[in-house]
Design a binder for this molecule. Structure first.
Ligand code: PHE
Length: 388
């Protein structure tokens, strides 16, 4: 054998030993920790969401581990970036399941990114819990069949759309609206539909529906058209990058009516993009308010500020709650086996968390309250709390 041949054989043996060792570490059954995967938007179009949600979840796991862990084991939270893209979300979940051998997965934030991961988790029988995706199809398919392995810790969009439609007709006394929807997002399309149904049901009229796409920059042509039909409110169920630009450009065109939105408006980036004063006379529905005096909320806000030196947005609170919900399920299951975690998750009941009391219904959705936030010089101020 030549010298390089010997070297090659040596290298091959080393590799074999190394991968063998890795495979050993990967098996969940006898490991010293419980591996939980996280698939989140850490970069890309909605990175602010993923970063907050991860921070919330990390804080929860840190607290749990500091007080002894779960079933005598520490939680090992392994995070993968989906770059705010559905295809990357599928890749990230595949990696977490096949390489990291996680027992359960948290994520993603945006409904389209979660929907892209749901089938893979289901096929591999790994429970997936999204803390924040509000589109109904995440947990239930088009035929109404519940997805066994998929759960969430947030309310869903039929409720969120109703909350804002009622606020528009009852509190703002609006009779006419225009809806401006992000056609690249399952979340936005669903929320637009639920808002419209309920706005019409409570006597309102939708004058027109317009659409944009993620990454669009110039909204002025459509906004000019919207201005010409003169609605009393404009509903924009989008994400902060586009919403920030839309509100800014609307005000530049002299549109002064209230701009309304959903949880996708929740990001410190919104005021950076739009400008603080530009956002006055805007309202959106959300999962919680830091102004809530509930002791669970004040304690969380205090802990989160101590850890990150930032005020936690709803994503952070939901990330925290989602992590606590998983920990609760693993405890009750008495096991970190994926199938047992799944069964325990389905039975989640009366769990008092930061964003409310969580009991899952038959469709794996919690029934929770929502809040209306008013933006005043860029500051989120609590306006109303709406119970389901
Ligand atoms: N509900 C949004 C979705 O399903 C995600 C989101 C939640 C964004 C909370 C901001 C705050 O796509």
């Amino acid at each position: 054998m030549t010298r390089s041949g010997i070297k090659f054989v040596g290298l091959a043996i080393c590799l074999a030993i190394f991968t063998g060792a890795l495979a050993g570490c990967g098996s969940t059954a006898d490991s010293k920790d419980i591996k939980i995967g996280g698939v989140f938007e850490l970069t890309g179009g909605v990175a602010s969401y993923g970063q907050s949600a991860v921070n919330g979840a990390k804080l929860a796991f840190k607290q749990v581990n500091a007080s002894g862990g779960v079933l005598g084991k520490k939680i090992n939270f392994i995070i993968a970036d989906n770059k705010s893209e559905p295809s990357e979300s599928a890749n990230a979940v595949t990696k977490l399941i096949t390489q990291d051998k996680v027992a359960a997965i948290m994520g993603a934030v945006a409904s389209s990114n979660t929907l892209a991961a749901v089938q893979i988790a289901t096929d591999n029988k790994i429970p997936l819990l999204t803390p924040t995706s509000t589109n109904p199809k995440v947990t239930v398919d088009d035929n109404g069949t519940v997805k066994d392995y998929i759960f969430r810790s947030c309310f869903i969009d039929p409720f969120q759309g109703t909350v804002m439609a009622n606020f528009a007709t009852k509190t703002l006394k609006a009779k006419t609206a225009v809806i401006y929807v992000d056609n690249s997002s399952d979340y936005s399309k669903g929320l637009a539909q639920f808002f419209e149904e309920n706005f019409v049901k409570s006597g309102g009229q939708v004058l027109s529906k317009e659409a944009f796409l993620q990454k669009d920059q110039d909204f002025k042509a459509t906004l000019t058209k919207i201005k010409s039909v003169n609605p009393e409110v404009i509903y924009v169920p989008g994400y902060y990058e586009e919403v920030g630009k839309i509100v800014k450009q609307a005000r530049e065109l002299g549109i002064t009516v209230p701009m309304l939105g959903g949880d996708g408006w929740d990001s410190p980036k919104l005021a950076e993009i739009a400008g603080k004063e530009v956002l006055n006379n805007s309202y959106f529905s959300n999962h919680y308010s830091t102004e809530d005096k509930d002791p669970k909320v004040t304690q969380f806000v205090e802990d989160y500020k101590a850890e990150y030196n930032q005020t936690p947005d709803a994503l952070a609170a939901l990330g925290y709650d989602g992590a606590m919900m998983l920990v609760d399920a693993i405890k009750r299951a008495g096991s970190a086996e994926p199938a047992k975690i799944k069964d325990a998750l389905a039975q989640t009941k009366d769990l008092q968390l930061v964003t409310g009391l969580i009991s899952l219904d038959a469709n794996h959705n919690p029934i929770k309250s929502a809040v209306i936030i008013e933006l005043k010089n860029g500051i989120q101020t609590f306006k109303e709390k709406i119970n389901p």
